[in-house]
Design a protein around this ligand. Structure first.
Ligand code: NAD
Ligand code: DAU
Length: 330
């Protein structure tokens, strides 16, 4: 089997390449990645049967021959950070919307099976106190330039299934954590700040809730959908991991042996979504998928150990990331 993984040098894509390489010894994996600031070839180096092609998913000439040669395309490539989308939305439109369009046209030409990786943020947010969680059929109500471009990409996939009959599925997952995550994101930023002796920064009051899932569980769910999901369907991926940012910060501080109150409240994110929460019933009932990393404290401890052991991977980016946050008082 020949698998094209777009965005495979990024956080979730790189983890997907590693687990697929381990579990599918007969698979050849081609990674198409633009190697933006978020893509790191080191994340997937040294793996036989894995070929990295530097290129843009919005470049039809780069995409077409790779899709023509593939049995399956999985699209992880995206501009993925909300804060960056507020500062400059243009690469989000180009990659998330035009890039997905370009991939869809290629899979339409070549009749290739396609799986699109998306986010729970397309559904907007929930109130902190409402019992409801996101359902696959909920209306799309994205809040940020990032989530609106992901919503647009999902709409394109749905339309290409209905109008052109392409064989595609979509998954919308909640917040991931684990190794190889860029240090602009909340958990690795907090961990690497603490390694540097810097107090964590919490946006607003810290009461916003995210539904945390280990990246390896996200990726086993993606394979479950590819293997057992129904064409044209959307599946929500989540592992019952709701926590507010304050509690996550305190848990990381405690893992470092620090006072759990040793953080700073900083300027809030404009339009900051209050709460995400996933109802994964459809995924579980149709595919039998179950998460493996259900102990958040243990997953966090492993993730902290990974950042301690792999400083050469993240250190080169740290100064520039913090300089950018300093500009917004965060
Ligand atoms: P990431 O930012 O870590 O990685 C994105 C990768 O895409 C990078 O390697 C980057 O170089 C590459 N890329 C960017 N533009 C490209 C282009 N035009 N052509 C080819 N490659 C390009 O992102 P991530 O956190 O790994 O997210 C992967 C996917 O999962 C995204 O679609 C994101 O929306 C979705 N998602 C992420 C999370 C999360 O918690 N991180 C949760 C749910 C869904
Ligand atoms: O829900 C899935 C989404 O999760 C994905 O689609 C996105 O690609 C991914 O980046 C993530 O989005 P968030 O905006 O939720 O993640 P982020 O790590 O940026 O922030 C998590 C929460 O922590 C959010 O409420 C903002 C807050 N935060 C973030 C940073 C960087 C802080 O309080 N302090 C920080 O320093």
């Amino acid at each position: 089997m020949r698998i094209l993984v777009t965005g495979g040098a990024g956080f979730i894509g790189a983890n997907f390449v590693h687990t697929t390489h381990e579990t599918m010894p007969d698979a050849d994996i081609v990674v198409l990645d633009k190697l933006t600031y978020a893509g790191n070839p080191k994340s997937i180096e040294g793996l036989d049967r894995v070929q990295l092609v530097a290129g843009d998913i919005a470049d039809a000439d780069a995409v077409d021959p790779l899709v023509a040669d593939a049995d399956l395309v999985i699209n992880f490539a995206a501009e993925s950070h909300n804060d960056n989308s507020l500062a400059d939305p243009s690469p989000f439109v180009r990659t998330n919307v035009e890039g997905t369009f370009t991939l869809l046209e290629a899979v339409r030409r070549h009749g290739t099976r396609f799986h699109h990786i998306s986010t729970d943020e397309v559904y907007g947010d929930l109130a902190l106190d409402e019992p409801r969680r996101f359902q696959p059929g909920d209306p799309y109500k994205p809040s940020s330039p990032y989530s609106s471009t992901k919503a647009a990409s999902d709409m394109l996939v749905r339309a290409w299934v209905r109008s052109y009959g392409i064989e595609a599925t979509i998954s919308n997952c909640s917040n991931n954590y684990g190794p190889y995550q860029h240090i602009e994101k909340f958990i690795p930023r907090t961990i690497t700040n603490l390694i540097d002796g810097v107090r964590p920064r919490l946006y607003g009051t810290g009461e916003n809730v995210r539904d945390w899932i280990h990246v390896r569980d996200h990726n086993t769910a993606v394979w479950a959908i590819i293997d057992k999901g129904r064409i044209g369907e959307t599946y929500l991926i989540g592992a019952d991991g709701e926590k507010n940012n304050l509690d996550v910060t305190k848990a990381i501080l405690e893992a470092f042996g620090r006072d759990p109150e040793d953080f700073d409240l900083v300027a809030d994110r404009p339009g900051h979504d209050r709460r995400y929460a996933i109802d994964n019933t459809k995924l579980v009932e149709e595919t039998g998928w179950q998460p493996e990393f259900t102990d958040f404290a243990a997953g966090l401890a492993d993730t902290i150990a990974w950042y301690r052991d792999n400083e050469d991977w993240w250190r080169p980016a740290k100064e520039a990331v913090e300089a950018k946050y300093a500009q917004t008082g965060q």
